[in-house]
Design a protein around this ligand. Structure first.
Ligand code: ADP
Ligand code: MG
Length: 469
């Protein structure tokens, strides 16, 4: 009993794109949301991470767009810059048959100049963080009178991050007739209130309680004294084989300490926290996504923007204070039907937090039987996990604005020009003015040399190896 995209009344050019992307079937949240949104209804939706919420709102938004009018017609609010980038990427991908479509990221932490230029030329869809959108609204540089649909993505997180007032300011400035969509992992009172005030007769879509997220995840705990934690972490990393492991901490300081300690032991690790500048954050994410970093240590706020799938291991190095945060964190593993492992490290005194989580999720967190005395040999454990990553990342000084496409980079590296095999090249990511390509570690120096010697789009580029914590 499955529904097809065809039966959802999507336009032929969107159906064609979905076919090209290999989206064979709509996900449940798409099945429920797309018809309601095409019918112009307001909507409040809840479904688990990775369930395809972006396309659920982006497809109807694209369908209702009049590309011939260069005015802002769709606005998408996201809590973080990384999420903006992720959503904009998906919207551009789905809109690739909308000739002339302009999707602009309006996130903070980026120079405002290029945003102003783009807005001046006219954009159809803006994907932004509330703060930066307010900046533009204050300056009068974003015309909103043609906005027909506004989306609050990860609405609960946006409010958690203190964007509530900004969000309301923005909503109040939009035309009264706009359609409004909210997606949220949880629907606390604050979200229900926002819906009551700004939505009309909203359709409620709930695909499974967001907590069912945890159904595909083996939830374990390791009870240790604080001074045994590092040892316990080494044991966990050696015991659960992983391509990529995400380690959450509650504090930036812990992130820095832990990443530094792991790096000192030769472990392939990166850190991701609010203290890093945007460029470093971008780079570390690119490297984690493409297999150049095996372990990423992150805080929650930063971790929210992590666009990563198929994590096989998530570790809570520090137990979150709130059960909902726990659910968010471990929801990153076990996606797409594959089973993931989530291990929470806690002290004997933190069992109350665990019980609160178990109560919320209805799942008990199984205790692992390990003590440092069972396994006294920390150096041996560290040695076992100090394997180099399979890939390394090369940064190329040219990107989407230079009309670079993945095929151009692949072309420069393989065949007669580059001499590498396709299998030695991994994920390619094109950003505005830069690109990243993952290359097998053993041939990465060759790749850098070739790229610096050759041309991309008939222009010389500068290629450098990206590394360091
Ligand atoms: P969410 O916002 O619910 O966490 P996303 O919108 O980020 O999820 O989608 C998760 C992944 O699933 C993305 O890589 C997206 O491209 C992919 N995806 C979305 N819809 C489909 C579909 N119908 N078929 C296959 N893949 C899909
Ligand atoms: Mg999403």
């Amino acid at each position: 009993m499955s529904t097809s995209f065809e039966s959802l009344s999507l336009a032929p050019e969107l159906l064609a794109v979905l076919g090209e992307l290999g989206y064979d079937q709509p996900t449940p949240v798409q099945v429920e949301s797309i018809p309601a949104l095409l019918a112009g209804r307001d909507l409040i939706g809840q479904s688990k991470t990775g369930s395809g919420k972006t396309a659920a709102f982006a497809l109807p938004m694209l369908q209702s767009l009049d590309v011939s009018r260069r005015e802002l017609q769709g606005m998408i609010l996201c809590p973080t810059r990384e999420l903006c980038a992720q959503v904009a990427r998906e919207v551009r991908k789905l809109g690739r048959r909308h000739a002339g479509l302009s999707v602009l990221e309006v996130a903070g932490g980026q120079p405002i100049g290029p945003q102003l230029e783009a807005l001046d030329r006219g954009v159809h869809i803006a994907v932004g963080t509330p703060g930066r959108l307010i900046d533009h609204l204050d300056r009068g540089t974003i015309p909103v009178d043609a906005v027909r649909i506004v989306v609050l993505d990860e609405a609960d997180r946006m409010l958690d991050m203190g964007f509530g007032a900004d969000v309301e300011t923005i909503l109040a400035l939009l035309p009264a007739a706009r359609q409004m969509v909210m997606f949220s992992a949880t629907i606390p009172k604050s979200i229900a209130k926002l819906s009551g005030e700004y939505q009309r007769d909203a359709v409620r879509v709930t695909i499974e309680d967001a907590l069912d997220d945890t159904a595909d995840i083996r939830q374990l705990r390791l009870v240790t004294e604080p001074d045994e934690k590092f040892h316990g972490l080494a044991w966990l990393l050696s015991r659960y084989p992983h391509e990529s492991a995400l380690v959450f901490c509650n504090f930036k300081a812990t992130v820095v300490d832990l990443a530094t300690s792991l790096a000192r032991e030769g472990i392939s690790v990166g850190r991701f926290d609010g203290d890093l500048d945007q460029f470093s954050r971008d780079q570390v994410l690119v490297r984690f996504r493409n297999g150049s970093l095996r372990v990423l240590v992150a805080t929650d706020v930063a971790g929210r923007g992590l666009d990563v799938e198929d994590l096989d291991l998530v570790i809570n190095y520090e137990m979150p204070q709130q059960p909902a945060v726990y659910v968010h964190r471990i929801g990153r593993t076990g996606r797409a039907g594959s089973k993931g492992v989530a291990v929470s490290m806690m002290t004997p005194g933190q069992q109350g937090r665990r019980k609160a989580i178990e109560e919320l999720t209805g799942v008990s967190i199984e205790e692992l039987d390990w003590k440092p005395v069972d396994d006294p040999d920390l150096p041996r454990l560290l040695g076992a996990i100090a394997r180099p990553p399979v890939m390394e990342t090369v940064l190329i000084s040219s990107g989407r604005k230079n009309k670079v496409r993945p095929g151009d980079i692949l072309g420069a590296l393989t065949g007669e020009a580059g001499g590498l095999e396709g299998a030695q090249i991994g994920k390619i990511e094109i950003h505005d003015r830069l690109s990243y390509v993952a290359v097998s570690r053993d041939v990465v120096q060759h790749a850098v040399t070739q790229l610096n010697r050759g041309h991309i789009k008939r222009k010389r580029v500068k290629a450098t190896l990206v590394g360091g914590v």
